[in-house]
Design a protein around this ligand. Structure first.
Ligand code: PLP
Length: 428
């Protein structure tokens, strides 16, 4: 079969009619499938059920330093939880604060502190005429939601297979002091599955910025979320804080992570790591805000996951469930769309998403067709600031939640919609 772009109008029209019949047959099944959000499946959540039984007696509630975790106190987290989260953040426990269940919440609050109080004595961003923020695209919709909520002007930056296009980033930050920061998901990025190269990490750390209080929001949400166990099949990421230290910009980065996709989303623990000055500043601002976070949950996580080795063993169980789903996505897309042409997609070695690029001008139509056929996808455009993908091309595929059989059915619907939308475009 020739690629769609090489077909005559008559051939395309015949193919469209055939696909339309296929599409109507799918619609008649009355499916209700969901591939919209990166949620762990029920089987993955089951992996952490034993954790709930790890803190039940009085003795269980005592931290290693004797703190009774049933009571108020300990602003920045019990020592053993700091160590556990330091291993996830690739940092030292001294530089870590453990928070509540959501890293997105920490990012929002970190932004709010910069906005209301300024960071390390700099002018609060709320006092400035304009704050601009760099948004590598495609990116995480909820990041863009945070910067939109504060009214920042979001500037899309091209993602390359090595991370954000650093020529573009360096140009944007060099002379404009209103550019205050950048969102980064540096490992197995959402949605592209990209891990930043050492060169990109070093350039981010060292680039001259017009804004002295330029901040990298380093959301390492998928730092330990490999799909494969063999070290040579796992991506490696250079540590941004060490790179910032080396470059003489120690306060430039805030690192974030959580156990949302390790144990339970919404009932895990989250943490930030940063320079000593940043940590002291954040703790001072936290003081009037909160007495301490859920230490019993910190204990549960430490008892269950123990340390870096325990984390890796647990993540390997997640990988065993997730891997076949990611391999199925690639196999199905390859089978259905290689000959069609015009489409590309990522083949990540970790994380939660596949980034799909449809022929330009087709993404919204594909998502709408899928919805009418009973398949909910992430909204087209969601991977761009203001939900505005200028090429109307990118769609985020989230294969983790549905069981394999359901995922297979969902991908059949999706690929049919992709083909239909592409033919409609070619016939326009
Ligand atoms: N950061 C990224 C890149 C994500 O993809 C997600 C969830 O999908 C989050 C943060 C949310 O993390 P949390 O549950 O810790 O708020």
């Amino acid at each position: 079969m020739p690629a769609y772009a090489d077909m005559t109008t008559e051939e395309l029209a015949a193919k469209r009619d055939e696909l339309m019949r296929e599409y109507e047959a799918i619609k008649a099944k009355g499916l209700a499938l969901n591939m919209a959000r990166g949620k762990p499946s029920s089987a993955q959540l089951d992996l952490s059920m034993p954790m709930l039984a790890s803190v039940t007696t009085y003795e269980d509630c005592l931290a290693e330093d004797g703190t009774d975790c049933r009571n108020y106190g300990v602003l920045d987290g019990i020592p053993e939880a700091k160590r556990l989260m330091a291993s996830m953040l690739d940092d030292d426990a001294d530089h870590v604060i453990v928070f509540g269940s959501s890293s997105l919440n920490i990012m929002y609050d970190t932004m709010a502190r910069c906005w209301s109080f300024g960071t390390l004595g700099h002018t609060p961003w709320s006092k400035l005429d304009e704050v601009k923020w760099l948004c590598p695209c495609p990116g995480y919709d909820r990041h863009f939601g945070v910067t939109e909520a504060f009214g920042f002007t979001m500037i899309p930056v091209t993602m390359t297979p090595d991370g954000p296009d650093m020529d573009e980033v360096e140009r944007l930050v060099a002379n404009d002091a209103s550019v205050k920061g950048i969102w980064c998901v540096p490992k197995y990025s959402n949605p592209g599955g990209v891990t930043y190269s050492d060169e990109v990490v070093r350039r981010l750390a060292a680039m001259p910025c017009a804004a002295e209080d330029f901040r990298i929001f380093w959301d390492n949400a998928y730092g330990i979320h490999h799909l494969y166990d063999a070290p040579e099949q796992q991506d490696q990421l250079l540590d941004i804080r060490a790179a910032c230290d080396e470059a003489g910009n120690p306060d430039r980065c805030f690192k974030f992570a959580s156990t949302s996709k390790v144990t339970f989303p919404g009932a895990g623990i989250s943490a930030m790591a940063a320079s000593a000055a940043n940590i002291a500043d954040v703790k001072a601002r936290m003081n009037p805000q909160v007495i301490g976070h859920d230490k019993l949950n910190q204990l549960r996580h430490v008892r269950f996951l123990r340390d870096a080795k325990g984390l890796a063993a647990h993540m390997s169980k997640h990988a065993a469930i997730l891997r076949p789903k990611f391999e199925l996505v690639d196999a199905k897309l390859t089978e259905a769309l290689t000959e069609v042409g015009g489409c590309s997609w990522s083949k990540p070695r970790g994380g939660y998403f596949v980034s799909f690029d449809a022929p330009a001008g087709c993404a919204k139509r594909i998502v709408a067709l899928a919805k009418d056929a009973g398949v909910t996808m992430t909204g087209a455009g969601a991977t761009w600031p203001y939900k505005n993908d200028p090429a109307d091309s990118n769609i985020r595929i989230a294969p983790s939640l549905p069981p394999v059989e359901e995922l297979e059915a969902t991908l059949d619907v999706f690929t049919c919609c992709v083909k239909l939308a592409y033919i409609e475009k070619l016939l326009r």
